[in-house]
Structures are given as structure tokens and as C-alpha cells.
Design a protein around this ligand. Sequence first.
Ligand SMILES: *Cc1c(COP(=O)(O)O)cnc(C)c1O
Length: 372
Amino acid sequence: MTTTDRPLATVDVDRSDPAYRSWLKEAVRKVHADANRSADTHLLRFPLPDSWGIDLYLKDESTHPTGSLKHRLARSLFLYGLCNGWIRPGAPVIEASSGSTAVSEAYFAKLIGVPFIAVMPRTTSPEKCRLIEFHGGQCHFVDDSRTMYDEAAALAARTGGHYMDQFTYAERATDWRGNNNIAESMYEQLKLERYPEPAWIVATAGTGGTSATIARYVHYMQFDTSVCVADPENSCFFDGWLRHDPDATADCGSRIEGIGRPRMEPSFVPGAIDRMMKVPDAASVAAVRVLENVIGRKAGGSTGTGLWSALKIVGEMVAEGRTGSVVTLICDPGERYLDRYYSDEWLAGQGLDIAPYTAAIDRFLETGVWPE
Ligand SMILES: *Cc1c(COP(=O)(O)O)cnc(C)c1O
């Protein structure tokens, strides 16, 4: 892995220079053209017993060209940065990321021909680092994930680059009113289902951008859907939401990659969210292993966090005799985490015992009784 301390050429451009304007137009065109070549992600069914009268769906964000829901975010951030004049020809784009965003941003940086540097926790999975480098990006590691933001800003200042800052800009760079955002796409795909307006949508939060987009869209469209955010063990979002505390913090980094943050991120919009749930990390891993048995696909740990919460909500609906639909996400593919969530040695090393949670889900799927 390479570290960049060497300053790259500091580039400042004259915004009225026709050469810059034609570069900008071309860069924006390339990002649009990439979207135009892409298909929508599938809405898969998670089969439940017929007698329950409840349909559970998974929006499969692992099928984007860069393998995660961060493909949407990276596209939005690049367009926002380009249209704001922040991303300039020859100047690097720099990001603080736990990995997935950096993979997608490296892809878009290469697409428009600018250098890309990811500032990441040293614990980031080697597979994600490999993917960043595959897309032509560089990896720059920090030991304490809380220093990621300052390090990225400092690196941008040193290199004359642009610090993308997903944790600040995710919520505003995304078109929450529509433009085929993730929420609009879900509702389109549910149109011919027996319960086209879901009772619940369950998301997880890293930047908070996905849950903000979904919740805002629900309110904007005047739907009756409730939005739940599932939070892993090492994260402050749940406490911050519960106590209305914008200064909530968590001490150690999340073991569920992509979600769970040590500070209340500016892109996390607690007021738009109806409910939050704290999910034990072992339950997240158990759920994602069950998912593989049920739909034949591996997914990352955050998918398990959302699925555990969605199943719990389904259990509540069964108990109340309510019918309807629930939607959650497949955030990224499990192949990135074979040495983690799919490794029994890793689980043992982390002191995670998934057996009781696996048994609880299996029993629930047979009986309809949620075990908590
Ligand atoms: C980023 C991420 C999430 C959460 O999405 P946000 O929109 O950032 O809140 C969930 N799972 C994975 C794997 C992610 O990378």
C-alpha cells in the first residue's frame, strides 16, 4: 500500500478558461453516460411463510458496477463536486472512508481522469484496499479511525486536492426528491406487488445519507411508510438519536464495516427517522449467514444488521396480526469479507458467538415468534 506525502501539482484553475469549461463538460458527460449504461438494482424477495401475509424484500445494491450502495453516493458526490467547481483537472480527489465509498470514488476518479487517495482505518479489509488500487486509487492508512477526517483534509491541503467529505455532503449531494434515487426506485419496483407501499423500510447508517434520502422521500411523497435505522454495537447514532444529542460519541470503531460511527455525522438526519434499533454484532453476522442459506448469496455485515431489524419488525407485525411489506437492503457482497463475517476463526478472535442468534432466526422463520 502506498502513502502519498509527496505533494502533487497544486492546480488552481481559471473558471472562465474555455479549456476548463470543456474539461468540466466532458467530465460531467462521462458520469452521466456511466449512469446511462447502468441498469437498476434488483428488488429480491426474502421468502416468508405464506400464512403470515407479509412480504420481505431486499434491494440488492451489491450489483452496482463497484459492488455497493456507495456507487450511488460516489456518482452524486462527483457530480456535486464537479458542478460546484471543486473537482479540477489534474487535482486529486481525497476521501475519508471505511472502504466502500473509496472503492466507488476510485472508479469515478478514473472515469474522469483525476488522481484518487483514500484515507482509511488500518483495519479496513484487504479486499477493499485491493479494489481501490484496482481502480487506480491509492490507500493512505490511519491507526485511529477518529483522525481520518483531519488527515484527509490535511492531505487535500498539502496536495492542492479536493477533500470530498462524504460524511458532510452525502445527504445534500443526493437528489432526495427523486431522479431515481434508491427510495424512488424501491417504490417503482413495488408497484405490482400486493403491498406496494411498504409498512417499513429498514436501512443502516454510515454517512446517514441512505436513510436520509429514504426518509425524506417518504415524507415528500406523503407515504405512510415508517423508516427504521439499525445501528451496530460500536456506534453513537442510536444514543444520539434517542437522546437528541448531536454531540454523542462512541469510543471504538465499528466491527460492521460501512456502518456505525464514532460521531454524529452531519449527513445523518435523526429527525427524519421514525425508529432506531441497536443490533448486537453477533446478530448481524448470524443474519447474514442465514441470508446465504435462504437466497444463496453472501453479503456484508451491514446487510445482516438491517436484516435482523427487518425480521424483528416482521415478528412484531405477525404478533399484531398486521399484513404488509417490509424492505431492507443488500448493501455490498460478502466476498469482500470472507476473512471476517464468513470466518469462524475471526468470529472466535472477536469473541462473537453467533449460534444463539442463528437459532433464534431459524426458530422465528418456523414459528413466527420473535424470541426477544
Ligand atoms: C455506507 C454503507 C452503508 C450505509 O450507507 P450510508 O448511506 O452511508 O448511511 C451500509 N453498508 C455498507 C457496506 C456501506 O458501505
